[in-house]
Design a protein around this ligand. Structure first.
Ligand code: GUN
Ligand code: ZN
Length: 440
């Protein structure tokens, strides 16, 4: 089944953190994207000749079509407790997260929250979330079952925790391994899904559990791993006390074979240079979670060290809901800009939109499938409305370049700026007329 989109599109072709931004993107002011069976088969300037016979393109003349956004670190089960007041990481986990997560032994509840979470993600233009579930295998089944209704490319995994958590949220090293393996065999490689081995973070796993997580990672080709790394200074002290034999936080994971390609480390705010180098050398990935790091008062991620140095580290973008406070990658980029400012670095609009699309796709080893608009890639697309609100419309009148238009979108935009979202060529979200607050 063929279909097509017509309208302005923007896609990155290179890395604007390393190369001249002007040579890193392709922009078509009147573009045509032709889709067959979920994949892009042609992307270029509009010509009637390229429209397949019998197809009427979805026309978005005043919009900006981008590759669908990636949210590389998020917790779907925390959707019902976003915006919990007043605590930093360790107290916040205990007082809020470990309470709500106990509900997910109930598959009906888990399905309902997974559905809500995914609807919000596509409303925000995210077409690839990588999410933590809870310790309960049901929470993983619920997530993938809901995601399969949308046809999303997505990753998820059962949280592993065998200590320092309430009893109702603890597995054991062996049961955690067995359950994860069963879930991976069920879901990894099913359609567009990948399974993510998910030790929550070093303090909630014994050495035995981390060992088995590392072993599982090697048993099934292509599995991912996700965990948290160096988010908060009290957490760092706790890790040093629990693992006195390790050089630093990353070394705890390294000793259990958990540092390598497709290993995703959320936060990475408080790293020493040795850890940065090891991450780079290993081909591992850090996930920058700006709204979360500000909300929990965790610290300022060093984007310049990560991406602009001679020894760059694969870096993706994440919301980290429910510590993060927005589903919208535009809002996340807005906060990323401010964090970089506080570190003395100005994140440009092209760098920012690269980070939310091709940059994250490359960082998570999915760029063979997603992250850009070109023949052969999956047709996961977001259609932004640069003039979605009266303020945006007024401000864009004064934008003098594509780059300024993008920067204004990330500064003033949010879910409201998403006009439509396509997953594998199918429109899965269209902004309701009432959501656009433009005067007639
Ligand atoms: N560290 C361990 N678990 C979590 C979590 O759920 N959220 C955040 N932000 N950090 C964590
Ligand atoms: Zn997290």
């Amino acid at each position: 089944m063929k279909s097509a989109l017509r309208g302005p599109f923007l896609t990155y072709t290179g890395n604007p953190f390393q190369d001249d931004p002007a040579s890193c993107y392709r922009y078509e002011s009147d573009g045509l994207i032709v889709i067959d069976n979920g994949r892009i088969i042609h992307a270029g300037a509009f010509t009637a000749d390229h429209v397949p016979h019998g197809v009427v393109p979805d026309h978005h003349p005043d919009a900006l079509i981008l590759p669908g956004f990636i949210d590389a670190h998020v917790h779907y089960p925390q959707t019902p407790m976003i915006g919990a007041f007043g605590k930093q990481l360790l107290e916040w986990l205990e007082n809020y997260v470990f309470v709500i997560e106990q509900r997910y032994n109930d598959k009906v509840f888990a399905r309902a929250i997974a559905k809500l979470f995914l609807r919000e993600q596509i409303r925000a233009g995210v077409t690839t979330p990588i999410t933590y579930c809870t310790v309960h295998p049901e929470s993983v089944d619920a997530y993938f079952e809901e995601a399969s209704l949308l046809g999303l490319r997505t990753g998820a995994g059962k949280v592993l925790m065998d200590r320092n958590a309430p009893e109702a949220l603890r597995d054991s090293a062996q049961s955690g391994y067995d359950q994860s393996k069963r879930l991976a065999e069920r879901w990894h490689g099913d359609g567009r899904f990948f399974y993510v081995v998910t030790p929550r973070f070093a303090p909630t796993s014994t050495e035995a559990q981390l060992d088995l997580a590392g072993a599982l990672l090697r048993e099934i080709p292509g599995l991912y791993m996700q965990t948290h790394l160096a988010e908060n200074t009290s957490e760092l002290q706790w890790v040093a006390a629990l693992f006195p034999g390790s050089h630093d936080y990353l070394d705890v994971y390294d000793r259990h074979n958990l540092v390598g390609p497709r290993c995703l480390f959320g936060h990475a705010v408080h790293l020493c240079e040795r850890e940065w180098r090891r991450l780079a050398q290993a081909g591992a990935t850090v996930v920058h979670c700006p709204t979360s790091n500000l909300f929990l008062g965790s610290g300022l991620f060093n984007l310049k060290r990560a991406l602009v140095s001679a020894n760059p580290v694969r870096t993706a973008l994440g919301s980290d809901l429910g510590a993060g406070t927005s589903f919208s990658p535009l809002t996340t980029l807005n906060e990323a800009y401010k964090i970089a400012q506080l570190n003395g670095y100005a994140l440009s609009a092209h760098q920012a939109f690269y980070l939310a699309t091709l940059g994250s796709a490359r960082a998570i080893y999915q760029d063979a499938h997603i992250g850009s608009i070109e023949a052969g890639k999956d047709a996961d697309l977001v259609v932004l409305d640069p003039k979605a609100t009266p303020l945006l419309a007024a401000r864009q009148e004064f934008s003098e370049s594509l780059e300024e238009q993008l920067f204004v979108l990330m500064t003033l935009g949010s879910e409201t700026a998403v006009k439509a979202t396509y997953v594998a060529g199918r429109k899965v979200h269209e902004r309701a007329p009432t959501e656009s607050v433009m005067p007639a």
